[in-house]
Ligand binder design. Sequence first.
Ligand SMILES: *[C@@H]1O[C@H](CO)[C@@H](O)[C@H](O)[C@H]1NC(C)=O
Ligand SMILES: *[C@@H]1O[C@H](CO)[C@@H](O)[C@H](O)[C@H]1NC(C)=O
Length: 707
Amino acid sequence: MGVKGLHWFVTNACPGVCVVVNLKEMAENHHSIHPGSPPVIVVDAMSCLRHWYTPQSWVCGGQWREYISSLDKFINTFTAAGIRLVFYFDGLVEQKKRDEWVKRRLRNNREIAKIFQFIKSNKQQPGRQMFFIPSALATFTRFALKSLGQEVICSLQEADYEVAAYGLRNNCLGILGEDTDYLIYDTSPYFSINKLCLDSLETVMISRQNLCSRLGLHITDLPLFACLLGTDVIPDNAMEGFRNRCVASFCSQSRSYDKRTNTVLAVANYISTIQRTYNSVMVLEEMLPLGSDKAILAKGIESYILPGQQSPWLPCDFSYSPEASANQDIPLFLDQEIFQIAKEQHVQNESYMVYNVLSSGEVDCSNTLEDECDTELPGQACIYYCARQHIYSVLLESGKDSHGAYPVVKEWFVCAGNSLQQPDLVQPKQLPGGTPSLRILWLSKGPEAEKRRCCTFLACFQLQDVTEELQALEASAAAVCSLLMYLALQVDSLSVEDLNAFVAQAVCLEGKSAAQLADLQLAHIDSRAVQLGSLFVRGLATLIMGNGACGFPFRMDNLMPWHVFDGKLFQEKYHLAHRGQPLHELLEGNESWLSKFQNLMSLICKVCSEKGRKIQSRRRENSFVPASRGINYFSERRERRGASRFQISDRIPSQPYHHPNQGCPWRGPPTPPYSYEFRIPGPGYRSRRFNVRKMDKRLQFASRWPR
Ligand SMILES: *[C@@H]1O[C@H](CO)[C@@H](O)[C@H](O)[C@H]1NC(C)=O
Ligand SMILES: *[C@@H]1O[C@H](CO)[C@@H](O)[C@H](O)[C@H]1NC(C)=O
């Protein structure tokens, strides 16, 4: 991320570059100078995610309601200071940065493996020093900020470039983020998100001017300086020998600091000794072992030149416009009108991954909190593979060649065993009932069109025959059911208890405030439940991709995790379900939740059964935890009824399984456990379900993942 070694240098070895500022005062100042235009800060959202995610629990799949409320507080603080925020998200990974992207993803995999080791040995969440953002946080933060009324822009190239350009073009008060690239661009001031104290609105400004004076450089030298230190674009090893030579000659003429400081000073010193011309860059290019791409240095410099700017280090007729040079406007086929809609929706609206498929046929998905050692639960990349193939077929229907073959989609999906050496080539898969064109899906109006969108969406998840039943439900309940049916059909090891936990948490989330959820204490964390939580949230992300592709049969809001998922609540329900607690307890003694739960579960089980999938009960003894403080919702009620607080859950279940509901006077008549289960397959039973293990084999074949 950013320029190698520069962050360390400015924070440790270069006093005077980091200046404490108060954004509120700066805003007031701006206001008195430009009374007509409110101060704007452009926010590099991707580098703020870690800072924004303040909920104590991060491992269970995300505390989405708490998260939204912390975002809300963030926005309100700025609004109260009279500052408008504009949020930028990375819309794609540029080719030239893919290597760096892959390196980081593989490093993340190792961190995630450590997190799971910790959870399995301690049954607790690791400390904040091992913090990893909840899966799909970036994706859903876009929607969260939009729902909080903020301007959100998803970039058409690397976000840092667009952020810097936006700051310059709109004369912004500054850029809020954490990326030394913002020191290099000649744009608005750069404020650190990590140093921000929200209450006072104090933070650190990392001053470009002060850096230049310290290094004896001109501001237009910074792009070359960055490239020689190494960036995401310029491979580190290409410059290493050169830097060492700089250091050697620099140290002989100057007092020595430590190695990192010397490197930065030596490179700056070198630049100050050469002529500020394109010719000097060409000489350097000859000198450096740049491999096949000699022009990489000039390209690296170009990547920091904003629209309208010039560089003395580049040819004088140079005028750079990365947007025009990227293939942004050449879709895989298409219909320009549809493509433009996709592009607008990508930038301002609500679609997700759709534009990436249409523009470059390439998509990526970063790390997920998954346990690579869990052999029963495949990774999300694998589980949603089939849905994605269908979604791609919807998007690429009119891109088929004369033989009816779809273009392939290149996927970079991080997943255990995928070394990410090259993208997986994914073949789109025709929907069962044929695929309407995007023009019809996106542009036609009226009830017929609505129905078509809905059916197409469900067909992507192989649920087209359940349309009516699902349409009868509330939209977010329908979303949860669709997702769980798909999951149950794909994942053999998903049990009744797992589904109970998913549905119970979705139902019981209703009416719970962020504060209530924050108070919920878990005695133990179960690693499998952690993975299931991530799996569910990634499933929601797959739903929103399908929703965008099919012309929005759902309002996006209905697919958002803060309406249907809470990580801790899920852990709690998971423990209860796997301990065999009665439904009544699982549903917190609330009759209306119980009946809603039973409706949803019976629909899920009925549909699965019709498709030949009988969902088994399978309690996981090792996730049994002796109840202790923590599981709070019910305690008050129990105490009121005079039952000892831990009467039920303290009991270790005996074999054979004895339902703990029996003989509990305070619960009323026992609910027959799992009465909604359809055990007898109907006539003409035939297993039509996808077997994930089989699918794994296909994947192996298609993509050479050493699984
Ligand atoms: C997209 O957003 C713009 C501006 O926010 C709005 O005018 C437009 O109607 C939206 N389009 C869709 C398809 O939601
Ligand atoms: C059940 O939950 C609903 C939704 O939160 C709530 O309105 C209702 O009062 C609850 N009922 C009981 C008996 O607690």
